[in-house]
Write a protein that binds this ligand. Structure first.
Ligand SMILES: [Zn+2]
Length: 388
């Protein structure tokens, strides 16, 4: 079973990739496939609606209430939701039309799933939805901070919604049966409907399946490999989310895994979130990881050779002269290059793990003092590493 994840233009690329990688980590017959284009061609026609208060906003509306007209307003963007809140929205049909456009342009096999990930809201304010054909889906990627707090790693609830919808395909024969089958009253089951959308927190934290849903899964004769993959993903997401909450509270960092010849860096306990650094940033980061005692920036020239080896192994650049020049600029105390690179690395770390945990991973130190990465090196797992 192939599940194509589409990225609509307004969705942040990092978030999109993080959701994709999170889902791809779990092996099984369901394969999550990246959008062939960087973003899909997206029809700009949206309406703007206003949520007057929190209560109105936190409600998923009845499936039968679809197509209710709503007033138009202009959009303004705010980081934290304050009411009245204006939101771009499309109808479900418009969202599924985007899926069909992609299907046609890429000749996607009929049986494959297409899941549109989009920041745009939908007419009945669901977290996600399914087309009548049961082959097209959307999951809303915005507003999660409102429910989970603004420090949450939103790829968890997004990935969770994706897998829940895929699972509903297997558990129910059509869209009406989904509507009949989901629990209108939240009981902490993964099939809770969450009319009150804030109840999704309960659903995700328990990641539990109630007896009646379990019977449904068994009756529907879902192949074991499929149901196993579902449960592994749901449990994996729950574990990572819980780890993140707890690690911030107890100040316990995640392990760091360095994998493959490209030395990809992952936060193992945070759902395998990747720290995506460019070759120059990665060379610097690996250098600092190799020196737990720290390095004084003015002494970087002493590490020129090591840095050159690291950088040559990571860059696409094959001209030795170009590599040498880049490294020379980097280690030259009179250039500002290193400071720019360091602050970019630290920014990416903060974006990935949040302010509270970033101290363990950032390259930090007082001006003129040694700079170092604080993480206990026992927390580092290296896999098929070419360079030490
Ligand atoms: Zn249930």
């Amino acid at each position: 079973m192939n599940v194509h994840l589409l990225r609509s233009p307004e969705l942040n690329k990092e978030t999109y990739l993080n959701v994709l990688y999170l889902l791809q980590q779990f092996n099984g017959p369901i394969r999550f496939i990246a959008c062939e284009d960087d973003v899909i061609e997206f029809d700009n026609e949206t309406e703007i609606r206003t949520w007057n208060d929190k209560k109105e906003f936190e409600r998923s509306y009845n499936l039968r209430e679809m197509k209710k007209p709503s007033p138009k307003f202009s959009l303004f963007e705010i980081p934290e939701i304050k009411f009245p809140y204006k939101e771009k929205k499309k109808t479900w049909d418009q969202l599924f039309l985007e899926c069909d456009k992609y299907r046609n342009s890429k000749s996607i096999p009929q049986d494959d799933f297409v899941v549109l990930l989009t920041d745009v809201g939908n007419d009945i304010n669901w977290f996600g939805g399914v087309s009548e054909s049961m082959k097209n889906y959307f999951v809303q990627t915005s507003n999660w901070g409102h429910f989970f707090g603004y420090s949450i790693d939103i790829r968890f609830p997004i990935a969770y919604e994706v897998i829940i919808w895929v699972m509903r395909f297997y558990m129910f024969s059509d869209r009406e049966s989904i509507w009949e089958g989901v629990h209108k009253k939240a009981i902490g089951c993964i099939m809770d409907f969450c009319e009150d959308k804030s109840q999704i927190i309960l659903k995700m934290r328990t990641a539990d399946v109630c007896e009646s849903c379990m019977n449904n899964i068994m009756e529907r004769d879902i192949p074991t490999l499929y149901s196993r993959q579902f449960f592994e993903i749901i449990e994996g997401i729950r574990r990572s989310m819980t780890f993140r909450g707890r690690s911030e509270l107890l100040q316990q960092p995640s392990r760091l895994e360095i994998r493959g010849y490209l030395n990809k860096i992952f936060f193992t306990d945070l759902g395998g979130l990747e720290l995506r650094l460019n070759p120059k940033e990665k060379a610097i980061y690996l250098l600092f990881l190799n020196h737990p005692d720290g390095i004084q920036i003015s002494h970087l020239t002493d590490y020129e050779k090591e840095l050159t080896t690291l950088y040559s192994s990571l860059t696409n650049q094959t001209e030795p002269e170009v590599i040498t020049r880049a490294v020379k600029t980097l280690v030259n105390p009179l250039e500002n290059d290193i400071n720019v690179v360091l602050s970019r690395i630290n920014r990416k770390i903060k974006d990935a793990v949040g302010d509270l945990l970033s101290d363990y991973y950032c390259i930090l130190g007082e001006r003129g003092e040694k700079k170092k990465i604080r993480l206990d090196r026992e927390m580092i797992v290296r896999k098929d590493l070419k360079i030490k």
